[in-house]
Design a protein around this ligand. Structure first.
Ligand SMILES: *Cc1c(COP(=O)(O)O)cnc(C)c1O
Length: 297
């Protein structure tokens, strides 16, 4: 049985040639390196959930996700590592045409149950969760994305990796769990980059996740490139260029859009000149598998 993380996260400075001048420096916190599948923030959200199951005698984890979900495949792999059964409730019917993500889930031993988009909407209903848990040997339920109290503890661990010297922290935002957690534990400006149209509405949701009173919430959705899971040729070009200069692979769903936005904001003078910026690489590289022939890495 292996142990996650396989590799410790580290901080890597970005090349000045990539971002130009205008700020003091820009670095990345490489949470993507800890494991090829159970990577980035998803591991930190899963960790306490898995420990809880092991300590409390649960042998099965059940969770929810779409066909390309980083969380689903991370759960499948982590459960396999720690000797737990995993069940994935998947939105949509991919039985005849599973995505690479779902194929991996199955390879790691996850049992997949496909449900309609309508049924999936009940994912947070307690009664449906109870029914599902009973169906699969009293499984421990983890909500979509790993966004429960145990998952939120993971954000605290991520915050601990951020040294004092940095003035600004940048992170991609999906549900906002990691954003809210990092902001809670930081006395720095934390900027969130939502990769979906209208994602800035999360500003209103995040205040309910954690007590953030008195903190400045800064979330933009200006760089969504057509919406969640969508991309343009320009974004692919950007990812290849970023990798060539900095030798860091970005994922197409989250971190590439964030880094594009960070560079635009630097160019436009949206950071002070003495800013020392730390961007969190939240992983998600498994999601690039459908683009393999277009990426140089
Ligand atoms: C899930 C995910 C996010 C979003 O995290 P939240 O805590 O839901 O906001 C960001 N980046 C990557 C790579 C992810 O897989």
């Amino acid at each position: 049985m292996g142990i996650i993380p396989e590799r410790k996260p580290f901080i890597q400075p970005l090349k000045r040639a990539w971002y130009g001048g205008r700020v003091q420096d820009v670095s990345m916190l490489r949470l993507d390196v800890i494991h090829p599948i159970v990577s980035g923030n998803k591991w930190y959200k899963l960790k306490e959930n898995i420990l809880y199951c092991l300590r409390n005698g649960y042998d099965t984890i059940l969770t929810f996700g779409g066909g390309y979900s980083n969380h689903l495949v991370a759960t499948a792999k982590a459960a396999q590592y720690y000797g737990l059964n995993a069940v994935g409730i998947v939105r949509g019917d991919y039985r005849d045409n599973p995505t690479p993500t779902l194929r991996n889930c199955k390879n790691y031993g996850m049992i997949i149950k496909y449900v309609s988009y309508d049924e999936y909407k009940k994912k947070d209903d307690e009664s449906w969760q109870k029914e599902l848990s009973n169906e699969y040997s009293c499984a421990f339920i983890i909500p979509e994305g790993g966004d429960n109290d145990l998952g939120r503890k993971g954000a605290e661990e991520i915050a601990n990796y951020i040294p004092e010297e940095f003035t600004h922290v940048c992170v991609s935002v999906g549900s906002g769990t990691i954003y809210a957690g990092v902001l809670k534990y930081m006395d720095k400006e934390v900027r969130g980059y939502a990769p979906m149209k209208g994602g800035a509405y999360l500003k209103n949701e995040i205040v309910h996740i954690e007590d953030l009173s008195g903190k400045k919430i800064n979330i933009t959705d200006a760089w969504h490139f057509g919406g969640f899971g969508k991309h343009t040729d320009e974004l692919i070009y950007f990812m290849n260029d970023f990798h060539e200069i900095n030798n860091i692979p970005l994922d197409v769903v989250y971190t590439s859009k964030m880094m594009y936005g960070v560079r635009e904001q630097i160019k436009k003078g949206f950071f002070p000149e003495d800013a020392k910026i730390l961007c969190i690489h939240t992983g998600g590289l498994q999601g690039n598998s459908t683009l393999r022939d277009r990426l140089s890495y």
